[in-house]
Design a binder for this molecule. Structure first.
Ligand SMILES: [Zn+2]
Length: 271
């Protein structure tokens, strides 16, 4: 057992109900000391900023594809993110990059379509990114930083911090890995693997072919081996053989989930 797990369990035990949650799909217990509402509100503001900062793609086909895939994934994560107001945006940026934020905000850079060549492959990337959100990896990262005192005061559950939230845009953007400076991984290897696993189940539940997730990781591998320099996605989502092995191991379960996908009734979303 490694240090982060011990840390989380100890923190969970110490804090009892104050800041624990079970990650969807894996059921892992994690700590959350930040206020969900604060994170969501600030995430939406950051997303709006990005929409102002980057050029939006007018490519009809790419926008339609993202919306089509995004809506299917959003239905299977309905109960993990019931309050999400989904928005799927294609940014006209050549980098290979994609992200999802609390509140249901999903961004894909046009460069990603070099790697994700069909709906199933795009679904695997979107599902992975959304898995980071439903697993509250950003909350957990901020909570751990809070616990060791690297980010100062943040809005805490149950008014532990008292008064107004001190959660900063800077801390949040670093936790998401959306920073102007290069370097600094968004999530550790364990969280990447967890997002891979959860994402694989999500895409399969949405009826997409889980085998395509392996092809995406292989394509990212090839890209990082041959490319002139890693794009944002590659620096925040480093590929490694462990990730592919884990996907292969989970494949039978994912295929069983996919077989059930037609049976599972998605809730009707009122627009
Ligand atoms: Zn990731």
């Amino acid at each position: 057992m490694n240090v982060p797990i011990r840390f989380s369990l100890a923190a969970c035990t110490a804090l009892l109900l104050a800041g624990c949650y079970a990650v969807p799909v894996t059921g892992r217990h994690a700590i959350n000391l930040v206020d969900d509402k604060d994170v969501t509100k600030m995430s939406i503001a950051m997303f709006d900023d990005m929409k102002r900062q980057y050029k939006l793609s007018r490519d009809r086909a790419l926008n339609d594809q993202l919306r089509r895939v995004g809506e299917r994934i959003s239905k299977v994560v309905f109960w993990d993110m019931p309050d999400a107001e989904w928005e799927f945006v294609v940014f006209d940026v050549p980098q290979i990059n994609a992200f999802a934020m609390a509140g249901g905000k999903v961004g894909v850079f046009t460069g990603l379509f070099k790697i994700a060549k069909n709906d199933d492959q795009l679904a695997s990337v979107i599902a992975h990114e959304i898995a980071h959100v439903t697993a509250k990896h950003v909350h957990e990262k901020l909570s751990q930083e809070l616990a060791v005192g690297t980010i100062g005061t943040v809005g805490m559950i149950g008014g532990l911090a008292g008064g107004a939230s001190g959660l900063t845009v800077n801390a949040l953007s670093q936790a998401y890995g959306i920073t102007t400076t290069v370097g600094g991984l968004a999530f550790d290897r364990k969280k990447e693997k967890e997002a891979d696993y959860i994402g694989l189940m999500y895409m399969a539940r949405a009826g997409y072919d889980p085998e395509e997730a392996v092809k995406v990781l292989e394509a990212l591998d090839a890209e990082s081996a041959s490319g002139p320099g890693p794009g944002a996605f590659l620096s925040t989502h480093p590929t490694n053989p462990e990730r592919i092995i884990q996907l292969m191991d989970a494949m039978p379960k994912a295929k069983a989930e996919r077989a059930q996908s037609g049976i599972r009734a998605a809730p009707v979303l009122v627009k």
